[in-house]
Design a protein around this ligand. Structure first.
Ligand SMILES: Nc1ncnc2c1ncn2[C@@H]1O[C@H](COP(=O)(O)OP(=O)(O)OP(=O)(O)O)[C@@H](O)[C@H]1O
Ligand SMILES: [Mg+2]
Length: 376
């Protein structure tokens, strides 16, 4: 029997829970033409939320075209322009003959090479002369509004891992051009999301950034325990196994409500269970989840300096004032300048996050591994 729990990819249908409020706000914003920015640490559910919203609201609505772009592997401005143009043109139709007509119509100066391996739209790729791409940047960036007008539709463009643009050469200039083009496109709304919280916040909340106040910023939270309990319980029941509610709550607690890990731990518990969950299964599952992930944790740990390790120890002990003379001394954290620098480095590496000046581990299983192996 297949596991009712899924992790490591965008989830939908039975594997998706809650997010009703965020979904509503998000849908309302986008349909009133307010661009939306979604920020959270890794694996809290951004891509799943955006996909659900598109699949259920905008894709079925004939007045909209939806464009999905993932910048995860896109390393330069040229590649960005190429994928942007390609995905836009692909979304303009689902018929190949019409696509060829659209390409002729929309690309009058910059003519792409079309490669078509199998005859579905998804397998088509367009390639452009790289140097010509940057020369025609303005035209490409304006393409959505051009398509919207010709097709008499509104367009929603979803861009995942948007903060990657900061790694491109001349990123400031690119962001400036994107903003000035995008803010004039009346029929186009953008949904921009990404997992590097500090980078995303820098782009959208920093008054010196071109994208300052570009749209409504939503910080996606984890999924609360009250939603996990019925979700986990139902998933067991549907697969002829049973888990008492207190164990569902324990799974959520152990994983700090982290969506990816709650699903992973639930999956392990489900796998170990023949009929009904008992306490020994939960503890075995906990050992297994740490064991399964430990190769990544060891690699992550080996890259840390000793003062960074000491800082993480102080976080584990719940110290609130890492800069106090007493704690600098007690945990050998170096100077308070070192503490600030290490916090920034650990944040950039997605190891810790700071919300309302509280420092915490982003990864609850790494924290547990660290407590078991480093603290003790
Ligand atoms: N609404 C949800 N209901 C249940 N599980 C969820 C939900 N959202 C996310 N998850 C769990 O978290 C995992 C990660 O989700 P997703 O890929 O959408 O997150 P993300 O924030 O886009 O991650 P990344 O930053 O790595 O791109 C999913 O595979 C699933 O296990
Ligand atoms: Mg994602």
């Amino acid at each position: 029997m297949n596991s009712p729990f899924q992790f490591g990819k965008t989830v939908s249908g039975f594997a998706f829970t809650n997010r009703k409020e965020q979904l509503r706000t998000f849908t309302e914003n986008l349909s009133s033409g307010i661009s939306s920015i979604l920020i959270s640490p890794r694996r809290w559910g951004k891509s799943s939320l955006v996909k659900k919203c598109m699949d259920e609201v905008f894709e079925p609505d004939n007045t909209y075209l939806v464009v999905m772009i993932d910048l995860f592997r896109i390393r330069s401005e040229e590649e960005f322009l190429e994928i942007y143009a390609t995905e836009l043109i692909k979304s303009s139709t689902n018929k190949i003959e019409e696509l060829v007509v659209n390409i002729r119509e929309f690309f009058t100066i910059l003519i792409p090479k079309i490669s078509l391996s199998v005859d579905t739209i998804n397998d088509i790729s367009l390639s452009f002369d790289r140097q010509e791409l940057t020369k025609n940047r303005a035209g490409i960036l304006d393409l959505p509004q051009t398509i919207a007008l010709k097709k008499k539709k509104k367009i929603v463009i979803c861009i995942d891992e948007f903060q990657n643009i900061l790694n491109y050469k001349n990123s400031d200039l690119i962001l400036k051009d994107l903003r000035s083009s995008w803010q004039n496109q009346e029929d186009v709304t953008f949904c921009l999301y990404g997992s590097k919280r500090h980078m995303m916040s820098g782009i959208f909340n920093d008054s010196s950034s071109a994208f300052y106040r570009f749209g409504a910023v939503i910080f996606l939270n984890k999924i609360e325990k009250q939603y996990w309990i019925p979700f986990i319980s139902r998933a067991f029941d549907n697969t002829q196994k049973h888990i008492p509610d207190n164990f569902c709550g324990e799974i959520a607690d152990l994983m700090g409500n982290h969506p990816y890990y709650v699903q992973q731990l639930s999956h392990i518990v489900w796998n170990l269970t023949e009929n009904i969950v008992d306490p020994s299964i939960i503890s075995t599952a906990m050992e297994q989840i740490i064991e399964m992930n430990s190769p990544f944790f060891i690699r992550e740990f080996e890259a840390l300096s000793s003062s960074q390790i000491n800082l993480l120890k102080a976080v584990c002990y719940g110290e609130k004032h890492l800069n106090s003379i007493e704690n600098l001394h007690k945990y050998r954290l170096g100077t308070s300048g070192n503490v600030s620098k290490n916090k920034t480095v650990l944040m950039k590496q997605d190891i810790i996050d700071i919300i309302n000046s509280k420092v915490f581990f982003i990864d609850p299983v790494f924290e547990q591994w660290f407590r078991n192996n480093i603290l003790s």
